[in-house]
Design a protein around this ligand. Structure first.
Ligand code: G4P
Length: 280
């Protein structure tokens, strides 16, 4: 099944961001550390142009530590400012403020040369739904201003937010691309909850995830399946899903089992897993 999702407000968000770009000093792009490429909007580089560009690898607590380090090195070698973050549990935003000021150094130097002291830097956070933008904004602002929700695609209004540092934030809705050219990208996003559940079949996504786990995190899959290594190794994936469904006492409700697998994966219950690795 091809997953396609193109809510009109996503395009509106892109246009709004393009409109506001001249007001911004730094763009902070938030990606999901478990799928750093698939959770990036291919349009973002065009939109950002040569503005300083920070990439936050968020949800680092859920991602595979080895893989995040590789992604961090790769993105840095591409000339980006990069920060690994667990915005859910980490309240210390000093490293992010420091990176924002480093990214804006040229602008700060210019304003200071004109006599400004401690000039205000304006930033915006961008990213696909559910990558943690609102959580990070709340952390930066230090109180609960932005609405944190778990429903992908929820529209949020734009406004400037003050922080305790000389940094102001434009709250902006997430941006998603109009079309997934690569179906695997859609599956990865669906697996981690960045696509509304109504647009995909949970069992298709679960089978995609199981295939990936079998190849890359075999032990985690075996443990989760409650089946033997041999069964996981030898059963064709649809049969393995049915065997797991039965093992979990869900009779033949493989849809329920699929949703359960995806939920557990999202919460990190299968371990710290990356659904996307840096290509060698
Ligand atoms: P968005 O604005 O980009 O759409 O994302 P949002 O901040 O609403 O975050 C989406 C979900 O991801 C929230 O969970 C949030 O708590 C969680 N989250 C954000 N950053 C991190 C992180 O670094 N690590 C982990 N583990 N989770 C993170 P939720 O279930 O919707 O709400 P909540 O009840 O957990 O707050």
């Amino acid at each position: 099944m091809a997953i396609q999702w193109y809510p009109g407000h996503m395009n509106k968000a892109r246009v709004q961001l393009e409109d506001k770009l001249s007001l911004l000093d730094v763009i902070v792009e938030v990606v999901d550390a478990r799928i750093p490429a698939s959770s990036r909007n291919p349009l973002i580089s065009d939109i950002v142009g040569d503005k300083p560009h920070i990439i936050i690898l968020n949800k680092a607590d859920l991602a595979d530590p080895n893989e995040i380090n590789k992604w961090e090195a790769k993105l840095k070698s591409d000339g980006k400012f990069v920060l690994k973050l667990d915005a859910q549990h980490n309240t210390n935003m000093a490293p992010l403020f420091k990176l924002i000021k480093l990214a804006a150094k040229e602008r700060i130097d210019k304003l200071e040369a004109k006599g400004a002291s401690n000039p205000t830097i304006r930033i915006c956070l961008v990213g696909i739904p559910n990558c943690g933008k609102s959580t990070i904004i709340n952390r930066l602002v230090g109180r609960n201003v932005a609405i944190v929700g778990d429903r992908p695609g929820v529209t949020k209004g734009q406004s400037w937010l003050k922080t305790s540092e000389s940094v102001q934030i434009l709250d902006t809705p997430g941006i998603l691309w109009p079309k997934f050219e690569d179906q695997a990208v859609g599956f990865r996003l669906a697996a981690l909850g960045s696509i509304k559940e109504s647009v995909f079949h949970a069992d298709d996504v679960a089978l995609f995830v199981m295939e990936y786990l079998k190849e890359n995190y075999f032990k985690s899959l075996v443990k989760f399946s409650r089946l033997s290594e041999q069964s996981v190794n030898e059963l064709p994936l649809p049969e393995l899903l049915l065997a797991m469904t039965e093992k979990y006492g869900m009779r033949d409700d493989y849809e329920k089992m699929s949703l359960f697998l995806l939920n557990q994966l999202r919460k990190g219950r299968l371990g710290r897993i990356n659904l996307e690795k840096v290509e060698a």
